[in-house]
Design a protein around this ligand. Structure first.
Ligand code: ZN
Length: 238
């Protein structure tokens, strides 16, 4: 059936980190109505979750043109995910690499579950697009971040819900330097300041020291990626 009314609405998987904050700005640039969803799954560190509200408030304050588009924030309790997985994100373990080559920060199938739950909320809210910050470029080998994984999930969700679900992953082919560039492009220095000062990426939950690239332990793989990307971004800008 042909319909002239295009559904320009999105639900952003928003964790309060650098990538999902950049995705939120991307969605607010491209869609008329944007809602957010976060998942509580027994993360070892609750800091990311507590950053979410601050980032959302700052986005509304700093960008009046986005304020009216930004709607409800949904938080889903997925405690069960922490109970059925055995990883350093949900348990007190050192970050290490398993025989499979994957770091033990990997929660098997996490993004499949996240998108499936997001799709059920999006269906109820009549939101067409699901937006996530997954990326193949420096993705630590997580198979559920792969473009093909998410394309096949888009088809499964669309068939299984008998509606058109679109999964958008604006960071899929960007490295961390380009993610900083995208934030600058979408929201200039105001958005960069929110990303640096208010988002959280560090696996260790460290939030004492503020570095030029943001808070973090400066040791874990997430901090390293974020720092190296920022340094390259700054070097190019100067
Ligand atoms: Zn760290």
């Amino acid at each position: 059936m042909f319909t002239s009314e295009i559904n320009r609405s999105a639900l952003v998987l928003f964790s309060g980190g650098q990538d999902s904050t950049t995705c939120l700005a991307w969605a607010l640039t491209h869609f008329d109505k944007v809602e957010t969803i976060g998942f509580n799954y027994g993360q070892r560190h609750q800091i990311e979750m507590s950053c979410r509200g601050l980032v959302l408030e700052s986005m509304k304050k700093s960008f009046p043109q986005w304020r009216g588009k930004l709607g409800e924030d949904h938080v889903l309790d997925l405690d069960i995910l922490g109970k059925i997985s055995d990883t350093s994100l949900t348990q007190d373990k050192e970050i290490a690499f398993a025989k499979s080559g994957l770091p033990n920060t990997f929660v098997p199938g996490r993004n499949l579950l996240f998108f499936t739950f997001a799709a059920t909320i999006a269906y109820r809210r009549s939101l067409k697009h699901l937006v996530g910050g997954m990326c193949e470029t420096d993705y630590s080998g997580y198979p559920d971040c792969r473009d093909n994984t998410l394309k096949s999930l888009q088809v499964s969700l669309s068939l299984g819900m008998d509606t058109s679900v679109v999964i958008d992953t604006p960071l899929m082919w960007l490295d961390k330097c380009q993610t900083w560039e995208l934030a600058k492009h979408l929201g200039g220095d105001k958005l960069l300041s929110i990303v640096v000062n208010e988002t959280h990426t560090c696996y260790m939950g460290e939030r004492k020291a503020l570095h030029p690239w943001g808070y973090g332990c400066n040791q874990c793989p997430a901090c390293e990626l974020r720092r190296l990307g920022f340094e390259k971004f700054k070097a190019q800008a100067s």
